[in-house]
Design a protein. Structure first.
Length: 204
């Protein structure tokens, strides 16, 4: 897997239309398979989230990028998504694997760099790395170094940094050991798609 950026939806930051436009721009500018579109927006009514997911999945298909859904295995199946992102309080990885096809991508949120190797997922999203988030203090890039030491040279899990990541500081996350970064505001609020593609060296 060559993914380098996870683009996460957040309807409190950008409308459905703007999100689809920004993600479409990113998907077209980046190499196929280098982006994961993640449908979050857990607070949306199920029907609206399903419709939004269908539109987002279409963008992923058109641009040959990955598409995953937060937590809801039923929506993963209904949407034909590539996989699921599990929150720390979500179902177990083993249960997710049992319910999904063998090729499904499974990622998980993590807030402790010492736990990354034990999660048995394809991607670990460590947060918050550079900015405080949801009441948690920023871990700093040293947490990425510690997580990388725990993972070692193993091909999985891939390590992604979330929390205050921008085009400007993404290279420092990569230098500290992250395989990639996860973003919301940089893509949806700032619209800095070109900067993200350039800083992560994922242009077509």
């Amino acid at each position: 897997m060559t993914a380098r950026v996870i683009a996460i939806t957040d309807r409190s930051v950008a409308s459905a239309e703007l999100t689809l436009a920004r993600f479409g721009e990113l998907g077209r500018a980046a190499r196929p398979g280098s982006v994961v579109f993640q449908l979050r927006d857990l607070e949306l009514p199920v029907r609206e989230r399903l419709e939004f997911g269908r539109a987002l999945h279409e963008v992923a298909r058109e641009t040959k990028q990955f598409f995953v859904v937060n937590d809801r295995i039923d929506l993963v199946v209904l949407l034909g998504a590539d996989g699921v992102h599990l929150g720390e309080a979500g179902i177990s990885v083993a249960d997710a694997r049992r319910l999904l096809p063998p090729t499904a991508l499974v990622s998980r949120a993590c807030h402790d760099p010492e736990l990354v190797r034990s999660l048995e997922v394809d991607i670990v999203v460590l947060s918050p790395v550079l900015d405080a988030r949801k009441g948690r203090r920023a871990l700093g890039t040293d947490a990425l170094r510690r997580a990388r030491r725990r993972i070692g040279e193993n091909p999985t899990p891939l390590l992604f940094a979330l929390g205050g990541v921008t085009a400007e500081n993404a290279p420092s996350c990569r230098s500290a050991g992250a395989d990639g970064v996860a973003m919301i505001g940089e893509l949806l609020a700032r619209g800095n798609v070109a900067g993200v593609v350039r800083s992560l060296d994922i242009a077509c």
